[in-house]
Design a protein around this ligand. Sequence first.
Ligand SMILES: NC(=O)C1=CN([C@@H]2O[C@H](COP(=O)(O)OP(=O)(O)OC[C@H]3O[C@@H](n4cnc5c(N)ncnc54)[C@H](OP(=O)(O)O)[C@@H]3O)[C@@H](O)[C@H]2O)C=CC1
Ligand SMILES: CC(=O)C(=O)O
Ligand SMILES: [Mg+2]
Length: 610
Amino acid sequence: MLKLKPSNLNQIQKTLNIQLAKYAKVSSIDEKERLAKPRSQIKGVELLRNPSLYKGMAFTIDERQLLGIHGLLPPAVLSQEVQCLRIMENFRREKDDLDRYISLINLQYRNEKLFYKVLKDNLELLMPIVYTPTVGLACQKYGIAFRRSKGLFITIHDKGHIYDVLCNWPETTVKAIVVTDGQRILGLGDLGCYGMGIPVGKLSLYTALAGIYPTHCLPIMLDVGTNNKELLDDPLYIGLRQERVGGKVYEEFMDEFMDAVVARFGYNCLIQFEDFASHNAHKFLEKYRNKYCMFNDDIQGTAAVALAGVLTSLRVSGIDLQDNRILFVGAGQAACGIAELVALAISRKANISIDEACERIYMFDVDGLLVENRPEGQLDGPKNKFVKTNFTPTRDLLNAVEQVKPTVLIGATGVGGIFTESVLKKMGELNHRPIIFALSNPTNKAECTAEQAFRNTDGRCLFSSGSPFNPVEYNGKTYIPGQGNNSYIFPGVALATTVFQSKHIDEEVFLIAAESLSEQVSEEDLSTGRIYPPMKQIQDVSVKIATEVSKYYYSVGMASLYPKPECLETHIRNQLYDTTYQSYVPSTWSWPEEHLKPKNCDQSSFYEND
Ligand SMILES: NC(=O)C1=CN([C@@H]2O[C@H](COP(=O)(O)OP(=O)(O)OC[C@H]3O[C@@H](n4cnc5c(N)ncnc54)[C@H](OP(=O)(O)O)[C@@H]3O)[C@@H](O)[C@H]2O)C=CC1
Ligand SMILES: CC(=O)C(=O)O
Ligand SMILES: [Mg+2]
């Protein structure tokens, strides 16, 4: 019997390694292709139930035979383009937006590539369905809209076992999580477990607007109960039927969740906080921002999109940033987040302190203008730095506008119509080009409509809203309202963070994102009244934001991807999710025979007689 000499074993191994390394170089399958292949060779009916692999009638006859699904589909083979036509035809036939939402979400559950192809190709039409405003309606009606579970539901009763629940998620590579506890869903209040529509919707935009792989994204609902009585009585309610757990138990639950994510998916896993109640949003941001890779979209993402809108509008109004008076209506997480970032931008631009910058910023909350001597407790929290002296207390917004004489009016209250005709007219009287943002979502919570803003300011205002409005015809001119929504920011920030594996996201990132977004608004856009780039350019916008943010990550040593790619933008573009179907039939190359045998050695010398 022949036995290998141990010394020669090493040599064979070495030679083989070199050959295999060469081979691997030639045939290296990149991330995109690897993910597109049927994982673990999923076949048969299981393949038809896997949304990341499913292609519907686009499976070729060869694929159907090879994968054991021949006969399980109608005989015709359709291209993805024809499938898209069918989806859009059905979309038009649906009777209302909720039905359109349900059928699109069903498509996402069934065939991810087709869903994202259709969404990307029809962004202006479909964004208002998968995102605000319809996603708000869908959350309110989630018991009816619910078809199939998507994402993870972790309840307060899982406390002590959160890591185990995370281990039930089938994907091992999760790069981004959007998490909510459902307490402040858009401007709709506490929707408990029905709020899951928001993480699902936000992550759909991670893929559609920034090309982040859907398999890398995980929506999570932290169900700690709900204080919404209607939901507790709703027979279709999908969550825990109990009041919200708060206090120490809730905080311990959150701490355990953050640590469990790191243990399961690593320090680089990005955690986007979404639609928590204001006090919790601020508290968790302060507590976790330096310890985990996280950000709060309602505070920081919103801040960046609003600052970008202000910077762009100032190109038209011609007033330097530091010379503006900015009045916020609402002093919650969105308003305070924007105010703080604007203050940072002013202090940098004018070379003044943050306190001096805050002097240019005014706030009006449910109890009126933020002035000194309010009853105890009313001025606590981040709004405290914007309290003014020398102003008369008022609960009347028009009076507040008359006193402050703002050049910029920003609403983030969740109170529809609070910018009345007289408030808007006053803004028009005070300013040649008033800047008016009605940021509250969904549409019926907007502080005013686009039409009200343009009409009451003789078409002179620079307007944006959180939810989309149609173009407005006024005095023979068409005005295109901007959509001041954090969806212009979070996809690009998440793209840079996941591709270059930053372990933290600091405030500078949102300043950079805001500047980058503003710079991408062309003079042509401005001439039509747009203060944000058109929605159809948004994937490109996200890549450019990601490029600027990644330059910053490398400049301060926050990136973990080394060696640093030569061109950051090209590297980002190479990572993007591709919605075209991949072929599942093996390509025709064969393993080259000569790579299997060790070269330049006499094989007989490897053996010795037993
Ligand atoms: N466009 C976008 O990208 C985003 C939009 N939003 C929208 O902004 C809105 C607010 O969200 P958020 O900041 O998180 O909510 P919060 O609950 O944190 O803040 C709401 C604020 O509005 C104030 N308010 C309520 N009623 C009135 C009133 N009648 N007059 C004046 N102020 C009032 C509240 O006052 P008090 O503090 O005294 O209670 C509070 O300061 C929501 O509709 C949300 O959808 C949020 C994030 C992003
Ligand atoms: C857009 C968004 O994040 C919100 O309205 O809460
Ligand atoms: Mg939100």
